[in-house]
Ligand binder design. Structure first.
Ligand code: NAG
Ligand code: NAG
Ligand code: NAG
Ligand code: NAG
Ligand code: NAG
Ligand code: NAG
Length: 613
């Protein structure tokens, strides 16, 4: 590819586009027409007929608005309707305590759409394929635990996350049966059962799923035998979980994928000491993409069809720490990859609302008073795992920062220069203006605050990356909200600032491979802008929203700015409705009632049928 002639082509293009826009504006009825110069497949966009030239992002936003409205329209207003929606979606009776859960929810003005709890069922379903006594034993054997006894939660751990999770659980303890909850103290998820074994658990689970005759339903949890803590209770128990510490996590991650999936089929990359090979956002293999943008966010966070990610995410290459098991044991934690079998809780920083993750005093800055340029800001530490001279090119944050460095981009646009060290320039289907380096310099303010070198830890620079990165001053979260677009990229695991971003009047632009408790209640392109884990769509997103590279000109630029504001405000409003601490407590109460049932010997007949008797 040649980019060196781009500036002059760019100027000619802008003139052509302006002329065309002017002509259209003067035509009657032109207000409904849009003109775009964004990524697309096929002939040059400026040569396309009007009407057929909608920007792909407009279509994605339209679909998202419809999807969000459809979801909300399923909300139920009575206990009986909530129970009926439960039975339809889950294929079982609700768990004992469902009426108390409903009361707890309505007292807190919670929107009840059964789909919002999908993650719980995704996480717990395989445990219906494990003996209850086995699950209880595995929980007791785990070193970090919460205990619930006689409606009181306690822990012997003083790890700060455990304290926060304890505080969260105490808000609902009086509604819970006795149980032990194993908690993951690490950033990294712990459980990755091979796909073939998970298939067996899921089949066993499916065979237990039915709506039991009302007459046979038992409506209260078993009082666990007082010997519950004695190991003799267990017979024929599985061997204790073995912990693996293989730092090449891709080898662990891929076993969670189906045998015929690209992740299982593709060659394993072991040499990270060269520029990674990055699939184009237009690649037909990336089935979560459409016209160069993320069209299925859930699928975008799955890695089984994206084997090139094994060399594009630090977590796959070398996490800070690894302690993983193949055994299906009940470990609760704050985030996980799509194929991990950990059970999700709201992350501790979401419950504690730590200021550095929220920047509350800047969160309500009106859109109109935010800086016009740069419209996007990102600051962070060069985390992602253990980066070294021979693997840093595979780290997502390094890649994202480099892609926003106008000097570096310009440098690599000159044909004489070697290939970019850790990112791919957008392919020829992206319009040249998006790549104009001075646009990029004005549109984004992206930098590390600190490097993390394998040989000396946090530091202003590492000898192997010094030529590419110069850390900048940190910017407090509240001040970041002076900017309209906030890219959010994974660190060592998920990014804890996401909820703060959603609650603000800026737009989170989210790229992640991690799943969180709230995923089923957020709609991509409605409440946030999704970004592919390769970031190949980043310039296009900026091009659309931040008028980078022409953006469509005058009126269209204003319209798109309003579209951006619409997402920022919809996300903020929605976060204020369904991501409050009250919503977290309601989520955890539902989760633990379900967990209480799946660890109960009588689980197959336990249920709440108060509406049917
Ligand atoms: C949880 O922590 C908050 C803030 O520290 C405190 O006000 C509250 O009393 C705690 N709740 C419980 C049940 O301990
Ligand atoms: C797309 O997937 C096919 C089949 O898995 C594979 O052979 C091919 O190399 C992939 N192409 C890219 C660009 O990843
Ligand atoms: C997104 O992908 C998932 C997983 O493949 C699929 O189940 C779901 O139907 C897709 N959603 C849409 C809207 O296409
Ligand atoms: C970038 O910003 C500089 C300084 O504000 C300005 O002179 C220049 O015209 C801007 N460039 C573009 C392409 O907007
Ligand atoms: C960087 O410094 C470390 C520690 O002094 C040294 O071992 C390593 O060889 C250096 N690497 C490079 C690329 O200079
Ligand atoms: C941008 O890249 C150049 C090398 O091309 C580097 O010298 C500079 O420090 C980088 N800037 C930032 C903010 O990382």
């Amino acid at each position: 590819m040649r980019f060196s002639h781009r500036p002059s082509i760019f100027r000619r293009l802008v003139v052509a586009v302006l002329l065309l826009t002017l002509t259209l504006v003067l035509l009657p009825g032109s207000a409904t027409r849009t003109l775009w110069v964004g990524p697309f497949t096929g002939a040059a966009p400026w040569g396309r007929k009007q009407g057929a030239s909608r920007h792909p992002i407009d279509a994605l936003i339209q679909t998202a608005e419809n999807g969000a409205a459809a979801k909300l329209s399923k909300s139920t207003k009575t206990l009986a309707a909530a129970a009926a929606a439960y039975r339809t979606r889950r294929g079982r009776h609700p768990p004992p305590g469902f009426d108390k859960w409903y009361e707890f929810s309505t007292e807190r003005d919670v929107i009840i759409v059964e789909d919002f709890w999908d993650q719980i069922y995704h996480d717990l379903e395989p445990f219906w394929g494990v003996q209850p006594a086995q699950i209880r034993k595995d929980a007791r054997d785990f070193d970090m635990r919460l205990r619930i006894r006689d409606g009181k939660a306690s822990t012997s751990s003083d790890w700060f996350w455990t304290k926060i999770w304890l505080n969260m659980t105490q808000t609902i303890e009086h509604l819970l049966p006795d149980m032990d909850i194993a908690l993951n103290p690490m950033d990294e998820p712990r459980v990755m059962v091979p796909w073939e074994e998970m298939d067996v658990y899921m089949n066993k689970a499916a065979s237990t799923r039915r709506i039991v005759d009302v007459g046979s339903v038992v409506s209260s949890f078993s009082r666990p035998p007082s010997s519950q803590d004695a190991p003799q209770e267990e017979h024929k128990s599985m061997p204790p979980a073995q912990w693996e510490h293989d730092k090449h996590y891709w080898l662990i991650a891929r076993r969670g994928c189906p045998p015929d999936s690209p992740a299982r089929q593709a060659q394993v990359i072991t040499d990270f000491d060269k520029p990674p090979s990055i699939a184009s956002p237009f690649s037909p293999n990336l089935t979560h993409m459409k016209d160069g943008y993320v069209a299925n966010y859930t699928l975008s966070t799955d890695y089984c069809h994206q084997p090139d990610l094994q060399a594009l995410e630090g977590f796959f290459v070398e996490p800070i720490s690894v302690s993983a098991t193949k055994s299906l044991i009940p470990v609760f934690g704050g985030s996980k990859l799509s194929r991990n079998n950990d059970i999700l809780l709201p992350a501790p920083m979401y419950w504690s609302e730590e200021e550095r993750f929220f920047g509350a005093e800047g969160a309500s800055i009106p859109w109109a008073s935010k800086h016009k340029q740069p419209s996007a800001i990102w600051r962070g530490v060069a985390t992602g795992g253990r980066n070294r001279a021979t693997n840093w090119r595979a780290f997502q944050r390094h890649r994202f920062v480099a892609m926003n460095n106008a000097t570096l981009v310009a440098h690599h646009q000159q044909e004489a220069q070697p290939a970019p060290p850790n990112f791919a320039l957008p392919d020829s289907r992206y319009p040249p203006p998006v790549l104009h380096p001075s646009d990029l310099a004005n549109a984004t303010d992206v930098a590390f605050t600190e490097m993390a070198c394998v040989y000396k830890g946090f530091s202003p620079s590492c000898n192997y990356t010094a030529a590419y990165f110069a850390p900048a001053q940190g910017v407090p979260m509240a001040a970041q909200f002076q900017h309209r677009y906030l890219p959010d990229v994974d660190g060592n695991s998920f990014s804890g600032r996401y909820l703060g971003f959603l609650r603000s009047t800026s737009v989170p632009v989210k790229a992640t491979l991690f799943r969180e408790w709230h995923d089923a209640r957020l709609v991509a392109w409605r409440h946030f802008v999704p970004m592919d884990a390769r970031f190949g769509d980043w310039w296009g997103i900026l091009g659309y929203f931040a008028a980078l590279g022409g953006g469509g000109g005058g009126g269209e630029e204003t319209r798109r700015d309003k579209v951006g504001e619409g997402i920022a405000m919809a996300g903020r409003e929605w976060a204020g409705r369904v991501l409050r601490k009250e919503d977290m407590a309601v989520y955890v109460l539902r989760l633990l009632l379900e967990y209480g049932r799946v660890i109960d010997e009588r689980r197959e007949v336990l249920g709440w049928v108060g509406d049917l008797r």
